[in-house]
Design a binder for this molecule. Structure first.
Ligand SMILES: [Zn+2]
Length: 182
């Protein structure tokens, strides 16, 4: 099967990701930002799904003729609620950044070339981070107390460390991959 690329993506579109996330976060006056709110206002469906054979799958979004459906693994919501919020924000990122409309026909992101998939994944995580912990809100907190910040923004410690670093508020060699940690 050949995949036709309408828009060639060479790298993470930092500006688009940032602007989209900040505009959306701006609808909230203070943290925590609830990603489900956006699924609601955009009329996007979210449903629990039993990923029987692959319990480590957190969520999957599928594009169909009438829109999108995001299937979520309820186990993650129960065991790792903060991680779950990040996963919802990530799936939202794929949708609002137009990842599903970059390709023609019925292709799903799973069919995309490997290098493109990596960039789109990265964009969705960057979006999730900026939406859940917008720089403008983070700077308003005027504290670097990790416990306080993670509770205020309802994110994991690794997400918060990543956001603090990204916003130039801490300087460490914290590896970005740890954001994927539960
Ligand atoms: Zn993804």
């Amino acid at each position: 099967m050949s995949v036709v690329l309408h828009e060639k993506i060479q790298d993470v579109r930092e500006e688009l990701v940032f602007k989209t996330a900040v505009d959306m976060a701006g609808l909230f006056s203070e943290p925590p930002i609830d990603p489900l709110f956006f699924f609601g206002i955009y009329g996007l469906r979210v449903e629990d799904y039993d990923f029987i054979d692959s319990q480590n799958i957190e969520a999957v979004t599928i594009a169909h003729a009438d829109g999108y459906i995001t299937l979520v693994n309820p186990m993650f919501r129960e065991k790792f609620p903060r991680r779950y919020r990040a996963t919802l924000a990530h799936e939202l990122g794929h949708i609002v950044l137009g990842h599903f409309s970059m390709f023609s026909g019925q292709e799903q992101p799973g069919d995309f070339p490997e290098d493109t998939k990596k960039i789109l994944e990265r964009e969705a995580w960057e979006f999730a981070g900026e939406l859940l912990v917008p720089g403008f809100m983070l700077k308003r907190e005027k504290t670097l107390d990790l416990k306080k910040l993670t509770d205020t923004f309802q994110v994991t410690k690794s997400t918060m460390e990543w956001r603090l670093q990204k916003n130039g508020l801490i300087f460490s060699d914290f590896p970005e991959e740890n954001f994927w940690e539960k």
